[in-house]
Design a protein around this ligand. Structure first.
Ligand code: GUN
Length: 281
């Protein structure tokens, strides 16, 4: 039976460490880190996510600058707002919650955020730096996943990792980070010919597609580490991941639950990125 990788507990530990670093740093004259959260439109899930992010921000002693704009905001007005935040010296990190309402150009918006304030690690400059294995602000969910894998004690060197999903936010960056730790990485997606066979060969599985229980329990290799990034709402209102947790936990050595796995770590890494942007460390 798999052991649980408790992202909620790990995130709480990370926040505690950040909180004491912030209070010590500020006492020593460093600026109070500030994160701006920008929310456009009325996507209910986005409102919930941003509420959690703002709460976490305040809990560790950051300033939060929050801006909400209506769904009919023009591209030019949104870019103006971002430029204001870029110029504000109290703002060290900027987060534009995705998805943006239809009609807004997401790529142009993410590129408008100053790369040095890109707390989400979505700017093409930061994503390019990651591709070259250089230090940069890196996307939060993959950073959180790497921290969780570290907790499992698995040494990735020479292991086979299978990533299911190829988004810019999770699939592609986590593949690069696993590669950096010397895993042999396959990135699978909706056109992969035999997904079951790929997953069956994996020592580490990262599922990030957003389809409830796509990864079946009997696909999991005995002793594999299973990281479930999916947050899918079922008809009864409950949340579930991309992996069939019940069945997969009979074979995995370690597994993340949904909720309480990767999600809380994403927020902890957002705070960690903001601190890095503020203090340059
Ligand atoms: N939407 C889904 N995940 C994320 C994330 O990590 N950051 C932002 N800004 N939007 C998201």
């Amino acid at each position: 039976m798999a052991q649980i990788l408790d992202g909620k507990a790990l995130a709480s530990q990370v926040r505690k460490e950040l909180k004491s670093r912030v209070s010590e740093g500020v006492q020593n004259g460093l600026p109070q880190p500030g994160l701006a959260t920008l929310l456009v439109g009325d996507d209910p899930a986005s409102h919930v996510y941003v509420k959690f992010k703002r709460r976490a921000c305040e809990e560790v002693g950051f300033q939060n600058f929050h801006i909400e704009l209506p769904s009919d905001t023009s591209q030019a007005d949104l870019l103006d707002k971002i430029e204001e935040l870029n110029q504000n010296s109290e703002v060290h990190g900027i987060l534009v919650q995705l998805p943006l309402p239809k009609g807004l150009d997401e790529a142009a918006v993410l590129e408008a955020v100053a790369a040095t304030k890109d707390a989400d690690g979505f700017h093409p400059m930061n994503q390019g730096a990651l591709m070259q294995g250089r230090q940069s602000l890196r996307p939060c969910t993959p950073l959180g996943i790497m921290r969780i894998i570290e907790e499992s004690g698995m040494d990735l060197n020479g292991k086979k990792a299978v990533v299911v999903g190829r988004s810019n936010i999770v699939g592609k960056p986590i593949a690069l980070m696993l590669l950096e730790k010397h895993a042999t990485v396959s990135v699978c997606h909706s056109r992969t010919a035999d997904l079951a066979a790929e997953v069956r060969a994996a020592d580490v599985v990262v599922a990030a597609v957003g389809r409830a229980h796509l990864v079946q329990g009997d696909w999991i290799k005995e002793g594999a580490v299973v990281i479930d990034v999916g947050i899918n709402r079922l008809e009864d209102g409950s949340l579930t991941g991309d992996v069939d947790f019940e069945e997969a936990s009979k074979r995995a050595s370690w597994i993340t639950p949904v909720p309480g796995g990767v999600g809380p770590m994403t927020i902890a890494m957002l705070l960690s990125n903001t601190l890095k942007a503020a203090w340059g460390e």
